[in-house]
Design a protein around this ligand. Structure first.
Ligand code: SAM
Ligand code: SF4
Length: 329
C-alpha cells in the first residue's frame, strides 16, 4: 500500500492526456486558447502507459483520464483500451466535456469504464455558449443520454460562477428528479490561464448549499463515499443526488488519496502545488524502473499537508493562475 508522509493512502492517479480543448470555458482558459504544448513536450502514449504500469504496481488502483479534452487527442480510444487491460487497475474513469464523446460511449462500456464525469455548467444553450464560446450544447446532451443509456454512472460537474450560471443551480438539481445522475457543484478556482485573480470567492460551498436549500428545504445529507471530495445530498424522492465540492475552500485535503500527471509529464502531489518532478524527462534521461520508483516514493513522502500549504510552498509565489487544462482538473 502506498502511503504519504501524512499517513494517507495514495491510490488514485489523474492523468491529463492533452492541454488542448475544443471549448473555451472562461474559468479555465482565455478565448484565444493557450500556448499549446508541442508534440515533443507532450508525453507519448507509450510514456503514459509505462508510467501508469509502474504506478499501478506501486499501489495506484484508480486512474482518471482528463485534460484538456481527452477526446481531442488522436487515438485516445486505443490508449484507453490499453490502460483498461493493466493488471491491478481496479477502476478507469474519464472526465470529459462531452462534445466528441457520444460516438465512443458503447466502446467505453465495453472496455470497462463504469463512471464518467461530464462537465455541464448550464442547461440553457445560450448560457452554454456564453460560458464555453462554442455552440456544442446539443452534442453534450447527447453524450449525457448515451452514457445513461449504456448504464455508465454519470457525475455532472458544474462550476458555480457569480453572474454567469447561478440561475442554473436549481434546474441542475431538478435534473436529479428523473435522472440517476450526481450533479456536483464546484467552487470556482483561480486556474483560468490568464492570470486574472478573483476578488474573493462569491459562491463558496456554504452559499451554494443555502441556495439549494432555499428551494429544497428538505434536502437530506447522505453518506459521502470514501475519499469523496464532495459533500453529498439528496432531495427525497429524486433518483439522483447532489454534491458540493469545496475546491477553493479546500476542506477535503485531510483524506486526499490522489496524485496528478500533467500532459507534459509533471507529477503533482497536490492540485495547488507547482510540481514535484517531471516523469517524462526522467524517462527520456533513461532512469531505470527501480530508480524511478525511489524518486516517486520520495515525492509521495513530501506531499503537502493540504492545498493551502502546497500553494504557500510554490516556487513562484504569484498565486495560482495556470489553466486547469494544463493540470487536468
Ligand atoms: N475538458 C474536460 C472537461 O471539461 O470535463 C476535462 C478537463 S477540465 C480541466 C476538468 C474539470 O475541471 C471540469 O469539470 C471543469 O469544470 C473543471 N475546472 C476547470 N477550470 C476550473 C476552475 N477554474 N475552477 C473549478 N473547476 C474548474
Ligand atoms: Fe476545455 Fe474542460 Fe477547460 Fe472547458 S474546463 S476549457 S472543456 S479543458
Amino acid at each position: 500500500m502506498l502511503l504519504d508522509n501524512h499517513g494517507r493512502k495514495i491510490n488514485y492517479l489523474r492523468l491529463a492526456v492533452t492541454d488542448r480543448c475544443n471549448l473555451r470555458c472562461f474559468y479555465c482558459m482565455p478565448e484565444e486558447g493557450l500556448d499549446w504544448l508541442s508534440r515533443k513536450e507532450l508525453m507519448t502514449y507509450e510514456e503514459m502507459l509505462q508510467s501508469c504500469t509502474l504506478l499501478v504496481k506501486m499501489g495506484i488502483e484508480k486512474i482518471r483520464i482528463t485534460g484538456g479534452e481527452p477526446f481531442v487527442r488522436k487515438d485516445i480510444m486505443q490508449f484507453l483500451t490499453a490502460l483498461s487491460e493493466l493488471e491491478g487497475l481496479k477502476e478507469l474513469t474519464i472526465t470529459t466535456n462531452g462534445v466528441l464523446t457520444a460516438p465512443h460511449v458503447a466502446e467505453l462500456k465495453r472496455i470497462g469504464v463504469t463512471s464518467v464525469n461530464l462537465s455541464l455548467d448550464t442547461l440553457d444553450a445560450g448560457r452554454f455558449f456564453a460560458i464555453t464560446k462554442r455552440d456544442e450544447f446539443a452534442d453534450v446532451m447527447d453524450t449525457l443520454h448515451q452514457l445513461l443509456k449504456h448504464d455508465i454512472e454519470v457525475k455532472i460537474n458544474a462550476v458555480v460562477m457569480d453572474g454567469k450560471n447561478i440561475q442554473d443551480i436549481i434546474p441542475l438539481v431538478q435534473l436529479t428528479r428523473d435522472l440517476p445522475v450526481s450533479v456536483r457543484f464546484i467552487e470556482e478556482m483561480p486556474f483560468n490561464g490568464d492570470g486574472h485573480i478573483y476578488d474573493g470567492l462569491k459562491w463558496d460551498h456554504i452559499r451554494i448549499l443555502e441556495e439549494i436549500k432555499s428551494k429544497y428545504p428538505d434536502l437530506q445529507k447522505i453518506t459521502d463515499p470514501l475519499y469523496s471530495t464532495a459533500y453529498n445530498y439528496q432531495v427525497p424522492g429524486h433518483k439522483g443526488s447532489v454534491g458540493i465540492i469545496a475546491a477553493y475552500s479546500r476542506t477535503f485535503c485531510g483524506s486526499c488519496n490522489r496524485i496528478r500527471i500533467t500532459p507534459e509529464g509533471t507529477l503533482k502531489t497536490c492540485l495547488y502545488d507547482d510540481g514535484a518532478l517531471n516523469i517524462k524527462n526522467l524517462m527520456r534521461d533513461g532512469v531505470n524502473e527501480q530508480d524511478m520508483k525511489a524518486i516517486l516514493l520520495n515525492a509521495f513522502n513530501n506531499k503537502a499537508k493540504d492545498g493551502w500549504e502546497a500553494e504557500q510552498l510554490r516556487v513562484v509565489r504569484t498565486g495560482v493562475h495556470e489553466s486547469m487544462a494544463t493540470i487536468g482538473g
